[in-house]
Design a protein around this ligand. Structure first.
Ligand code: GDP
Ligand code: MG
Length: 163
């Protein structure tokens, strides 16, 4: 059994950068994982003795009701439904946005447990990077830097804790 960790967040928060870091140790595996659809971005990773599958959702545009962006949102919610663990990324430099709030609402309604990661937090005080994101009501924000690696091992360990 390999738990499936799904990365969710609005465009440009750093999902693909985190995906690359979480899958760096192995070749990305893009197709044909049984039971999972193929049109998202899958990879494999391992932390210590614990292998996992990670999914980079392409985008999440809850405002758009039709067209390609709505389709992407639908795929993202399908990935959320298949997830063993969800990492919701926000951007610590931009701060909290309306889209973040909408995504948080969708995730809360999914009833799944969510780890909130404040990305791009390199060089920031953890308390100030985190402060406004408590408002999302998803528990403690985890400051990370996908680009530099800060906090990423702790984050994935926490995501995998119950598996
Ligand atoms: P995605 O749209 O959510 O997949 O975001 P990307 O992974 O494509 O990243 C969007 C932009 O943010 C790129 O220019 C990245 O280099 C930058 N980025 C990603 N992670 C970090 C980080 O930890 N720190 C900083 N400063 N920039 C980052
Ligand atoms: Mg991306």
């Amino acid at each position: 059994f390999k738990p499936v960790v799904v990365l969710v967040g609005r465009p440009n928060v750093g999902k693909s950068t985190l995906f690359n870091r979480l899958t760096r140790s192995r070749d990305a595996l893009v197709a044909d994982l049984p039971g999972l659809t193929r049109d998202r971005h899958y990879g494999e990773g391992r932390v210590g003795d614990h292998p996992y599958i990670v999914v980079d959702t392409g985008g999440f545009e809850p405002i758009v009701k039709e067209g390609i962006l709505a389709q992407m949102a639908k795929q993202t919610m399908q990935a959320v439904a298949e997830a063993d663990a969800i990492i919701f990324l926000v951007d610590g430099r931009v701060g909290l946005t309306g889209h973040d709030r909408e995504i948080a609402d969708r995730l809360r309604k999914s009833g799944r447990s969510v780890l909130l990661a404040v990305n791009k937090a390199e060089g920031m005080q953890h308390a100030s990077a985190s402060a406004e994101f408590y408002k999302l009501g998803l528990g403690e924000p985890h400051p990370i830097s996908s680009a530099h690696g800060d906090g990423v091992v702790d984050l994935i360990n926490e995501a995998l804790l119950e598996f």
